[in-house]
Design a protein around this ligand. Structure first.
Ligand SMILES: Cc1cc2nc3c(=O)[nH]c(=O)nc-3n(C[C@H](O)[C@H](O)[C@H](O)COP(=O)(O)O)c2cc1C
Length: 287
């Protein structure tokens, strides 16, 4: 029996180039009860691209839910991947409808789907039919819209098409990461649908977590950038680990990291920043 999608939630956000197997493992070590892959190209999986297949490695800690996030252009590829059994280790499949990167938008993927509601609906319906067979949950990660706020209408469409949970980043696609997340707009989504809504955007500590929950009435939150180099923040309890514990987490991430060293450097720099902030007198380990 798969765990329910309704358990109390502080979720680590999918972040391309960051939430690889090593970071997901460290997040579990720090207490995450659910982990998300970065966005993975469905078409590359269908084509058996070795590097993309390697991104599917699961963190097999009992009791930890695992979510795989897919993006892509061709709905048939999503269905093929779900039917293939390649995603067998995952409890939930999430569809990326929020990425605003130009190369993703140009390919009609990510947040471009919020400009083409019929395409988004078709994709969700096909994936829902496939996940009914596979026994996996299906969710959508969205923004408020591309250029204007269509979040309520879009969210209602997602649910009608078969999404069982929504993660809402409170910004428009055109805003990228500028400005502040609009929690009022997320509250409108929460009030308009009858599936769990997870609020996302600008949560970095206990105060911002509580503010977000109070203003959105969401069923949980998702935290992204604040976790880079500070995976313990997944608990949002403002506890700072000891110096030795941070070093231990750095070493764990390094040990599990398996691939291009340049991928590890950015993690290392973020950890170093945390060490300098909290333990300015102590040595900062080099990579
Ligand atoms: C470097 C980076 C990579 C990201 N990659 C993804 C991704 O692969 N899939 C996705 O849905 N969102 C992605 N996001 C968006 C985050 O999941 C999240 O929605 C956003 O950062 C807002 O949350 P935050 O304010 O807590 O960081 C990415 C964000 C960043 C900064």
């Amino acid at each position: 029996m798969k765990p329910s999608v309704n358990h109390p939630v502080i979720l680590p956000a999918p972040m391309a180039g960051w939430t690889d197997y090593a970071m997901r493992s460290v997040l579990v070590e720090c207490g995450a009860r659910e982990v998300w892959t970065e966005m993975i190209n469905a078409t590359a999986l269908v084509r058996n691209n070795a590097k993309t297949l390697a991104m599917l490695k699961t963190v097999d800690t009992p009791g930890v839910r695992q979510v795989v996030q897919l993006f892509g252009r061709d709905p048939a590829d999503f269905v093929k991947v779900i039917n293939s059994g390649l995603l067998r280790g995952y409890d939930e499949i999430n569809l990326n409808m929020g990425c605003p990167a130009p190369k993703i938008i140009k390919n009609h993927c990510g947040c471009a789907l919020m400009k083409n509601i019929d395409d988004a609906q078709h994709l969700i319906e096909l994936c829902r039919a496939a996940t009914k067979q596979s026994g996996q949950a299906l969710s959508v990660k969205m923004r408020l819209g591309w250029q204007q706020n269509i979040a309520v209408e879009f969210a209602q469409m997602c649910v009608a098409a078969g999404a069982e949970r929504l993660i809402v980043h409170g910004r428009l696609g055109v805003d990228g990461y500028r400005g502040v997340a609009d929690y009022h707009a997320i509250a409108q989504v929460k009030a308009a649908v009858n599936v769990p809504v997870i609020a996302n955007g600008d949560i970095r500590d206990k105060a911002s977590y509580e503010k977000c929950l109070a203003e959105t009435n969401a069923d949980g939150v998702m935290v992204g950038r604040a976790l880079c180099g500070a995976p313990w923040k997944i608990n949002l309890d403002d506890q700072v680990p000891t110096y030795e514990r941070i070093i231990e987490l750095m070493q764990m991430q390094k040990r599990l990291h398996n691939g291009n060293p340049s991928d590890l450097i950015k993690h290392w720099l973020c950890y170093q920043k945390q060490l300098k902030k909290y333990y300015p007198e102590q040595p900062v380990p080099t990579l």
